[in-house]
Structure formats: C-alpha cells, structure tokens
Write a protein that binds this ligand. Structure first.
Ligand code: SF4
Length: 296
C-alpha cells in the first residue's frame, strides 16, 4: 500500500513499514518456474536495474521500503474483505496494489509471465485456478508473448510504479536515510531480513518524517495515530478472545507498535508547542497536498 492509502483507511488497516530484501539479477542467471524458464541476458538485467534505480534502495544489497497493512496471519483474510466475499472498499479507495495483483511492479513487463507461473504454483493460489494458461472466452488475456496484453493491467502497473516513485519523494527516501546507520549499514541488523523476506517495523519513522512538513501534516499524523491506537486495541482484544498460541507474537508486535505510536504522539505534541514559540518550519507543500488528499 501507499502511506496515503493507509491514511485513507486509518480504522481498517494497521499500518507498518515493510523492508524487503530483493534479489539482484545477474546475466546468465536462469529463472525457472515449472516448465517456464528464462535465461537472463544483459538487457533483462538492465530492465531489472532500471526498475530498482527508481523504486528500490541499494546500499549494497537491494531493498524495498513500502507501507503495508499488518494483521494476524491466523485470520488469513484482508481486513477489507466483506462477509459476502467482496471488497468492502472497492469503490472507496481500494489500494492500487490490489489492481496490480497478480503482476509484480518490480519485474520487467516482458518477464511477468514468470510471476504468473510462480504465483499459479504457489500455496496461496493453489486450488483457486484463478491463474490459467491459454485463452478463455470469458476472461481477458493478461500477458501474451512477453507483453502485458490487458490494457487495464498495463495502466494499473504503470500507476503503481509511479506511486512507488512518489512514495520515495514523500517518505521512503527519508526513512532509508534515517535507518541507514542502524539498519542498512549494519550487517548484524540486516541479517534479520531473510532473502526474499520482509522485516516489518512500526510506521512511526514515516510519520515523523511527513509530520515535519507542516503543522497540518503534524495534526493529520496525530489524528492517524489516535485511530491506529484504537484499532490496535480492538484487534488485540479480539485476538485474546480467540486464544490462539500463534497469535501471541503478533500481539506482542502490535503492542510494540502501540508503544511507538504513543511516544511519537508525545514528540509531535512537543514539536507543536515549540513551533508556537519559534514559528513554523519551512513547509513541504507536496507532502501536505499528498496527506490532505488522502483524508478528503
Ligand atoms: S481487493 Fe481484496 S486485498 Fe484488496 S483491499 Fe479489497 S479485500 Fe483487501
């Protein structure tokens, strides 16, 4: 998700930052999924690198930094999935990433068939038969001969990539810089992120970064924190009634998020008090417009 999408649904999704380790592709590398295979050449790797340069971070290895909804895996469902099986926010700010699924914005278009093959084989999609090879009269063709054949998917992919670029200018670059010393330059800390896996941390570094843009941004962040604290409390209360052992680590992490939010809220209040005496800092109108449009 984007940070703006989290702000649009502060009572539905628990926000966090997901920091992922992304494999760097090399010429001569063979990508094989089932009977599909690609031997990467210089052009393929240049295409991966082109996406990584604008969407990812490369302090050595390659990392993604994105906002994400966080929930109990034991629930095995998105918080926006209604009981009738439909998306409750389909017409009210459905995240762009949902329109992109099952494609992957970090993979060049001409290799998206491998993404589909891999997802079609994965446990999450097993039995759903929602990714199929060949053409069907009742369904649009998604990829064909190394191109995205479906126009809607093509546009969604392009918009998602643009959104990820915008996230970089609004907050992910700032978070990367803030975490550089303690995470990205520390081999011991980076060892916590497995290959192809994620580290999820509190959304607070992102909030502190955008809150510094203006007094209005700070107020929006405080409102967001209040909603999140209430949501986390509700989610933990429900988990306690479920009494599942595998929920415990998640509850612990949520309590950590709540603590981080409380500290951040106190810092934001202090910053507001200081500014009353010393005037407003230089505003970042682009960040203010970004957050304001999210809560309209
Ligand atoms: S489309 Fe599905 S995953 Fe996306 S918000 Fe709606 S219910 Fe959740």
């Amino acid at each position: 998700m984007t940070l703006a999408e989290l702000f649009r649904h502060p009572d539905r999704f628990i926000g966090c930052i997901a920091i992922g380790r992304v494999a760097r592709r090399r010429p001569g590398e063979r990508l094989r999924v089932g009977r599909h295979e690609a031997l990467l050449d210089e052009a393929d790797c240049a295409a991966f690198d082109g996406l990584a340069e604008t969407l990812l971070y490369r302090p050595g290895d390659t990392f993604s930094i994105v906002a994400q909804g966080f929930d109990y895996p034991s629930l095995a469902r998105c918080p926006a999935l209604a009981d009738d099986g439909r998306c409750a926010i389909h017409l009210k700010g459905k995240p762009l990433t949902c329109e992109v699924v099952p494609l992957d914005p970090l993979v060049p278009d001409h290799l998206q068939h491998l993404v589909l093959a891999e997802r079609g084989d994965s446990a999450v999609y097993a039995g759903s038969a929602c990714i199929q090879e060949g053409t069907r009269d009742d369904l649009a063709l998604l990829v064909d001969e190394g191109r995205i054949a479906d126009l809607h998917a093509q546009h969604a992919l392009a918009r998602r990539r643009r959104a990820l670029e915008e996230e970089r200018s609004i907050w992910t670059q700032a978070v990367f810089d803030a975490l550089r010393a303690e995470l990205f330059d520390s081999p011991a800390a980076l060892a916590r992120i497995p290959p192809g896996g994620f580290l999820t941390i509190s959304l607070v570094p992102a909030l502190l970064s955008v809150a510094a843009a203006s007094a209005r941004c700070r107020a929006l962040c405080i409102d967001y924190i209040d909603s999140q604290l209430a949501l986390i409390e509700r989610c933990i209360a429900q988990a306690l009634t479920r009494r599942r052992l595998d929920d415990r680590p998640v509850t612990q992490q949520l309590r950590g998020f709540a603590n981080a939010y409380r500290h951040a809220k106190a810092r934001l209040f202090d910053a507001g008090t200081l500014e009353k005496d010393h005037g407003e800092p230089a505003a970042r109108p682009d960040i203010e417009a970004y957050l304001s449009s999210a809560v309209q």
